[in-house]
Design a protein around this ligand. Sequence first.
Ligand code: PEP
Length: 250
Amino acid sequence: MRRTFIAGNWKMHKTPAEAVALAKELVSELSGSSHKVLVAPSFTCIQAVGEVVKDTNILLGAQNMATVEEGAHTGETSVLMLKALGVDAVILGHSERRHVYGETDEMVNTKVKLALQHGLEVILCVGEKLEEREAGQAEAVVELQTKEGLKGVSEADLAKVTIAYEPVWAIGTGKTATPQDADDIHKVTRGVVKSLYSDKAAEEMIIQYGGSVKPDNATELMGMENIDGALVGGAALKAELFVPIAQYDK
Ligand code: PEP
């Protein structure tokens, strides 16, 4: 039985004071949650939010990290720095990183392996653009991103990987994939994991859906056989929206 995993990506929102206030609300409202819950604040808020969620059931995430451990990489953040701040997991390959900042599958894969090597959990994001969906390429794009993202990852390390299917056209747009469309792609993704690893690995892989998840569509989405949780953007910025999603009862 896969455990539901709800993650909030706060993107480039909130000052440290605002982030701390939200984290405190989540800690008090989600203390009884049976689901795995994570928040990923911006880099400047990780330390402050980390102090709030320390020793609670809420995990601390980061939204990205560099491809190397250290060096002359102005503006980048190292896995070593994330580890030192108590980060549990890192979101990698988010569509904004891929399509706005030009991250390739190769870069994403390098980051995935580096994070795992340092014991961080990884949320590996995959998803097609609107033109790719319209051209009937959604499955092929997700298959390729999954295969490339996981290249060189051992089955033992795979237990620390969550895949997030986020159709790019559904992110921040208010458009959601239908639960059936999303489940179809999740099923394909699970099949890729099976072909690369084993039946067991595929069965155990947590696959989140992301793309305009809200309290009023969460139940239907997460009720689907292959949808095991959500990566939430906009609705993660307000406790009154994130809490009902995180407390979703399957
Ligand atoms: C995201 O950025 O990962 C995301 C899914 O955003 P939103 O929920 O706002 O569509």
